[in-house]
Write a protein of this length. Structure first.
Length: 283
């Protein structure tokens, strides 16, 4: 299989039960979190060694087309549908407004992609339960926080998989300022783009940085890194918040760093939150 645009070598891809291509992420180890000389958050420390078994990860974020297939086959109703509302980004400060009647199938903001691209754009306005149930239906699971950071870094120890500085002319992520490089300002028609519009990282994965923030399997614990097991850390057994990773079209460079962790209520759903699935490698 040829290397995806931006990847450094050929990748091994399978098709999941839902038809989504999945990339084999090789076993390996990496330094998770941020070192003390990086301007990160306290919950990104201490930086610690993590060893992971191989796993598969969706090459792209789950799309509206795939989620509609799931809904058509199961009759599933999302958290937003059951509770009658979702949220959208309201202004340039990143604050959110409640939209009554909004859900994954009903646009909740002006978006940057044409209507014809809707099916191949990431599904949004989904809670962590919506994401977990979809993954289970597809014979998969959500990635752990450690798996997500490992896959995002793709072997890099820098703040982003492309380095510590601006990517230059490369189109690496849909984030604040990337579409309007002159002044790094949020634009009114900003939104998620069709998956795969940016370059893949060296593992052959698209949109691990930016586009939509993605649910992980982990509960949030500000002190988890100090007690995390070295091999295949599963995350805390319980908590009040879940962890989002990767950052979105609504985030600047600080919040899309590979080490950045965002805590959020499990029922949160908005037009900058989506997900992708992982799958264990058969032994």
């Amino acid at each position: 299989i040829p290397a995806p645009r931006g990847a450094t070598s050929p990748v091994q891809v399978i098709n999941g039960k839902d038809g989504a291509p999945m990339v084999l992420i090789p076993a390996g180890e990496f330094l998770m979190g941020s070192s003390d000389d990086v301007a990160g958050e306290p919950d990104e420390r201490p930086r610690h060694r993590v060893v992971l078994d191989p796993f598969y990860l969706d090459q792209y974020e789950v799309t509206n087309r795939l989620f509609r297939q799931f809904v058509n086959q199961t009759g599933y109703r999302t958290t937003a549908e059951n509770e009658g509302y979702a949220f959208r980004v309201r202004d340039t400060n990143g604050t959110y407004a409640r939209n009554d009647g909004a859900y994954w199938g009903q646009p909740i903001s002006v978006t940057a992609y044409p209507e014809s691209d809707w099916g191949e754009s990431p599904v949004v306005a989904v809670s962590v339960d919506d994401a977990r149930i979809y993954c289970r239906w597809a014979g998969k699971r959500l990635p752990t926080e450690a798996e997500f950071e490992y896959a995002t870094r793709a072997g890099a120890e820098t703040e982003f998989w492309w380095g510590d500085v601006s990517p230059g002319a490369r189109r690496v992520a849909n984030i604040v300022g990337e579409s309007n490089r002159q002044n790094d300002r949020w634009r009114l028609f900003a939104g998620p783009r069709k998956v795969g519009s940016s370059d893949a990282n060296p593992f052959g994965l698209y949109d691990m940085t930016g586009n939509v923030s993605e649910w992980t399997a982990d509960w949030y614990d500000v002190d988890y890194y100090a007690k995390s097991p070295e091999r295949n850390p599963p995350g805390p057994s319980s908590g009040m918040y879940r962890v989002l990773r990767g950052g979105s079209w609504n985030d600047g460079t600080f919040r899309v760093r590979s080490a950045f962790r965002l805590r959020i209520e499990p029922a949160a759903r908005s037009n900058d939150i989506g997900f992708r699935c992982a799958q264990d490698v058969s032994k």
